[in-house]
Design a protein around this ligand. Structure first.
Ligand SMILES: *Cc1c(COP(=O)(O)O)cnc(C)c1O
Length: 232
């Protein structure tokens, strides 16, 4: 068979492969939800498409998935500016550190910014918030639950004042996010984040990655961030 004739078959096979993975993950999530007494629609998959080229992202969009996470403002802008014109109902989350000089760009691209972690950032966002026709609807504070020096996120004892600062500036803070230390059991970290969110009356909990999302769901995650599970 000529290569040209094989190409569509290959493409077709690649698509169904990706769809199967998404479906399989969704079914796993449903089962976990039922086993811990949660409704499946209380958990959403944030497909983490960082480092993934557009041709790897498209099969997921074509399978109907609309929620994606990126960790770099620049990369996300390059990939999603045009993709979004074709798929306007895609929703994007920023899950990587936000530099102050990228705030304007981030506010005009992301629906949700999950990585608020210091007072300066809140103040700069508050200033832009009044001036810009921003896209961002929700903000989450990243908590460094493992107190790791190389990781961003606010320490637990500084959370309350950062929450207050967001409230003072009328910013739409709706939840918390964490990345537990790689070498520890994630469970106490998810438990802690869930308690902190409850204390502050925040609904959204972004926690759990490919390796630990079942545990995160058991502890109340509303967004699980999956990379490897969807693009192995
Ligand atoms: C890359 C990344 C993920 C996805 O991790 P996987 O192990 O591939 O599921 C989740 N959250 C953040 C913040 C990331 O940077």
């Amino acid at each position: 068979m000529k290569i040209a004739k094989m190409a569509p078959i290959l493409l077709c096979w690649m698509h169904s492969e990706k769809n199967n993975l998404l479906e399989h993950t969704q079914k796993t999530i449903e089962k976990i939800c039922l086993s811990v007494g949660r409704t499946p629609d209380s958990v959403s998959i944030l497909a983490v498409s960082k480092n993934k080229p557009i041709e790897n992202i498209l099969p997921l969009i074509e399978a109907g998935h609309r929620l994606f996470g990126e960790n770099r403002v620049q990369e996300a802008t390059q990939k999603w500016f045009f993709l979004r014109q074709s798929y306007p109902n895609v929703r994007l989350h920023l899950i990587g550190p936000l530099q102050r000089n990228k705030i304007k760009q981030a506010l005009s691209l992301f629906d949700v910014i999950e990585t608020i972690d210091r007072p300066h950032l809140v103040l700069s966002i508050a200033k832009e918030w009044l001036q810009l026709s921003h896209k961002t609807e929700k903000l989450l504070i990243q908590v460094n639950t493992g107190r790791e020096p190389q990781k961003s996120g606010v320490h637990v004892e500084d959370l309350a004042s950062l929450v207050d600062l967001c409230k003072t500036h009328c910013l739409p803070l709706t939840g918390l996010m964490c990345i537990p230390p790689l070498k520890e059991s994630p469970e106490p970290h998810f438990q802690l984040l869930s308690e902190l969110a409850h204390q502050h009356g925040l609904h959204d909990l972004s926690m759990g990655m490919s390796r630990d999302y079942p545990t995160a769901i058991a502890h109340g995650a509303t967004w699980i961030r999956l990379g490897k599970a969807l693009w192995p």
